[in-house]
Structures are given as C-alpha cells and as structure tokens.
Design a protein around this ligand. Structure first.
Ligand code: PBG
Length: 332
C-alpha cells in the first residue's frame, strides 16, 4: 500500500496544463470507436427531420450514397441501418422482413458498392415490419420465441447476402444467436460477424427511436416479456454468456448511460469486445438540454462518449457519430 499524502503529493499537478493533462489521459475516443446508426426510407429528396431527435434524419434510398459521403470522408468505419418501412408493407407477421429486396437489403447493396471498406451493421428484429410493433410474431398475444427465431434467421441470412457485414440481433428471443450462426454458416456466410444485443433492457429510452422508424404509436403493450428488467444485473451476465456460447463475436449492452455498470461487469468477466448503444433517448435528452441552452453540445457529447470508453467499451453506436468525428477531425 502506497501512502500518497499531501503536501508531497498534489494530484492537481497532473492537471496543471493542457500538455500534462493530455499526457496522463487514460482513455481517448477515436473515430474508429464509432458506429453511426442511420434511418432509411423509400424515395429521394431532402432527408426528413425526426422531431424527437433534433439533428437526426431519415434519408431516402435515392440520396443514400451522398448522405453517407461525409461520414466516409471523416473515417467512420461502421454504419448501422434502420429502415422506416412504409405502413402498407407492415403486417402482423412482419413478412416484409423476409423480402430480399426490402429497404434494408437495397440500402446494404448501395452502401456496400459505394463504400466497400465500411462495415455495415444490420439490426435483426421484426419491429420495423410488424403492424403491432413487436420484435417477433404474436401467438395468443404472446411474442412467440421459437417461431420468431426461425423468421429472424431468414432475415439475418438475407441481410448478410445483401452485404451486411455484422448481424446485430436486437430482438432478445432466446436461442436466436445459435440459430442465426447456423443459418449463416449453412449459407456459406462464415465470415459474417454477429454483434448480439446481449443485454438489452426494456427501456423508456427507446421512445424517440420508435418514432423514427414509425413503430411507436403502433406498439401494443410493452416489450417486458423479452427485453430485460432494469432491476437486473446478474441476469445480463447470463445473457452474455449464452450469446457467446451460441457464437456471438461481440456483445452489446443497451441502453448505454444508465447501464455503464453492466458494461464494466461484462468487460471484466468475458474476453470479448463489448459495445454500447447510446440510444435515442440518451441522444435526445442531451439535445433537448442543448436546445434550451442548458448544456454545451460538444462537451456533453464527448463526455458521454468517453464514459463508454472508460467503462470498457470497444465502441459505441451513437447518433452523435458524425458530429463527434467532425469535432475530432477539427481538433486533430
Ligand atoms: C428494435 C430496436 C430498438 C432500438 C434498436 N433496435 C427499439 C426497441 O427495442 O423497441 C432502439 C434504438 C434507440 O432507441 O436508439 N428491436
């Protein structure tokens, strides 16, 4: 035990000037750490604003390549795709999820052709496609596990065939990682990575996202029979263990900021890359305060992202990705 006593030790010395502060910094965010989630709709024209997420847009497929150009130039290496499916294509079974030419698959083909070096992350769940807004299919009012897993597996294989590099199942059905891994392997897609939303909580912080993909008003009930109870931490470790044993290459904790303890515990227990999803509500909370002049956007953004690095994350899905990359490019 070392005793560091005042006045021989003055911790403030290492904070004396910018050069020293930077020398002793333990963690640093880089553009390599950022995954940028984007919302896609049919058509073209100017990207449409999302009222609950200031500064976030739904981009038409026709303008997709141009929409991503700045992110590519800034060095962003991973993009997550979320489709806003036209209302008339949604139904109770989420059939559009299995259309190999759905919005998501077409977007993947466009982006893969234009930016082959960017890793595309494909969200696998049925909520963008179901008229009831659940992540799986309903049987007697319950989200049926095994039937949903079968559908999700086909959805995942279609996405991978269209160019998605990293399959990210966000549905929280049991056994889906094993089924998806087997599906990918039997389609010869052995290099397709799986980043499982391993510990995904039933959270109020997804509110603005549901508006963005147009599933919010439609959602009947809640997702508490499949997403985790915010009261639980040990259970998250069990979920991660299962997903890893089923073949997940990386795991995610979601939401991010209210669950930094989970990130740290997963990181300490398992030797795999851990990611956080700084979800829509976390983003919008910061932006709402910024719009009222209550916080500085750049500082709040960077501090929130650095928190994930400190907690042990390899990277973060964040709607701030482009803004953060811009800021880092300017500062470099
Ligand atoms: C869908 C999905 C959700 C998010 C990502 N994938 C919403 C949900 O589970 O209801 C949320 C992302 C965000 O809030 O930014 N399975």
């Amino acid at each position: 035990m070392i005793h560091r006593n005042f006045p021989a030790t003055r911790p403030r010395r290492n904070r004396f000037d910018e050069a020293t502060r930077r020398l002793v910094a333990e963690h640093r965010l880089s553009t390599d750490d950022l995954i940028w989630p984007i919302f896609i709709r049919e058509g073209g024209g100017e990207p449409t604003g999302i009222s609950a997420m200031p500064g976030v847009y739904r981009t038409g497929l026709d303008g997709l390549e141009g929409y991503v150009a700045e992110a590519a130039r800034l060095g962003i290496l991973a993009i997550g795709l979320f489709p806003a499916t036209p209302q008339d294509l949604k139904n109770a079974e989420g059939d559009e999820a299995l259309n190999p030419d759905n919005l998501m698959c077409r977007a993947a083909r466009i982006l893969k052709a234009a930016y082959p070096h960017i890793a595309l992350v494909g969200d696998v769940a049925l909520d963008p496609y179901t008229d009831h807004g659940h992540d799986g299919v309903l049987r007697d009012g319950y989200v049926a596990n095994d039937e949903s897993v079968k559908i999700l597996t086909v959805q995942a294989v279609n996405q991978a065939a269209a160019g998605i590099d990293i399959i990210a199942p966000s549905d929280m059905m049991d056994g889906r990682v094993a089924a998806i891994r087997a599906g990918l392997d039997s389609a010869g897609l052995i290099h397709t990575r799986i980043m499982s939303y391993a510990a995904k909580y039933a959270s109020a912080f997804y509110g603005p996202f549901r508006d963005a993909i147009g599933s919010g008003g439609a959602l009947k009930g809640d997702k508490k029979t499949y997403q985790m109870d915010p009261a639980n931490a040990e259970e998250a470790l069990g979920e991660v263990a299962m997903d890893l044993s089923e073949g997940a290459d990386m795991v995610m904790v979601k939401p991010g900021m209210p669950y930094l303890d989970i990130i740290r515990r997963v990181k300490e227990r398992f030797e795999v890359p851990v990611f956080a999803y700084q979800v829509s509500g976390e983003y919008s909370m910061i932006m709402a305060a910024v719009e009222r002049g209550w916080m500085d956007r750049d500082r709040a953004m960077m501090e929130s992202l650095l928190g994930f690095k400190r907690a042990g994350c390899a990277g973060v899905l964040t709607y701030f990705a482009v803004a953060a990359a811009r800021l880092m490019a300017g500062a470099a």
